[in-house]
Design a protein around this ligand. Structure first.
Ligand SMILES: [Zn+2]
Length: 229
């Protein structure tokens, strides 16, 4: 069964050197966090202030261990949409939100609440394809390109590669579906960066971002942005 603890372990295992200094919090709606703090129209979300927002509740659960990235997953809604694949989808959406954590400019070592409050509410990210399916039922928000740039896609691909090293067969399209924006399928991007997986498996993803991506990946992205950007 998927629990907040098992997902926190997964996040830490996927990005051990990026997440050393801080705790990681996964808030599942099925664990009954305060209703008013939970985005019910989103299947998964991350915002740099979530840890502060959920601090009292996390403390009441005996889970608070100081500031650190916090992801909210609406596992109840995921279960309603994908009753047979709930576990896989919760994990895939968790990986999606983790990619937002890892591409966020906040390092949580220096983050103060005042600084993070300056970040627009629009920075609340949510999953694309999953949200589109959800939105169709709820007349809710449409998926947004915001926060889903080339850097994000590349980190998603690396997280999926790392999952596969643990025997978790995540599908690139399930974690983030680029075809919703008219782009080439995420699998093509996955193949285009696969040559660099081996050299970065043990490196912080922050280091990866500082390295130029493979030309095949950049060419793919530029062509898609030219056609649909
Ligand atoms: Zn997203």
């Amino acid at each position: 069964m998927t629990t907040a603890t098992s997902l926190e372990k997964l996040a830490r295992a996927l990005a051990p050197s990026d997440l050393t200094a801080r705790p990681v919090y996964i808030v599942l709606t099925s664990d009954s966090p305060p209703e008013e703090l939970t985005l019910r129209d989103s299947l998964g979300s991350f915002h740099p202030t979530y840890d502060e927002n959920f601090k009292n509740w996390l403390q009441s659960q005996g889970r608070w261990a100081g500031r650190g990235p916090c992801i909210v997953l609406n596992d109840e809604a995921i279960n309603a949409i994908w009753p047979r694949d709930t576990e896989e989808m919760v994990s895939d959406i968790c990986i999606h939100e983790l990619a937002h954590v890892l591409t966020s400019r906040n390092n949580f070592d220096e983050l103060s609440l005042a600084e993070s409050a300056a970040i627009e509410l629009a920075a609340i990210y949510s999953i694309g394809r999953a949200n589109a399916a959800f939105a169709a039922n709820r007349d809710s928000r449409a998926p947004s390109r915001r926060g889903h740039g080339a850097e994000f896609v590349r980190v998603v691909c690396h997280l999926i590669d790392r999952c596969r090293q643990f025997g978790i067969w995540s599908q690139p399209t399930a974690v983030f579906d680029l075809t919703q924006f008219g782009f080439r399928p995420t699998d093509e991007y996955f193949r285009a960066v696969s040559g660099e997986f081996g050299s970065f498996r043990n490196a912080p993803l922050r280091d990866l971002i500082d390295h130029t991506p493979p030309t095949a990946f950049t060419d793919l992205w530029r062509a898609d942005v030219r056609r649909h950007g």
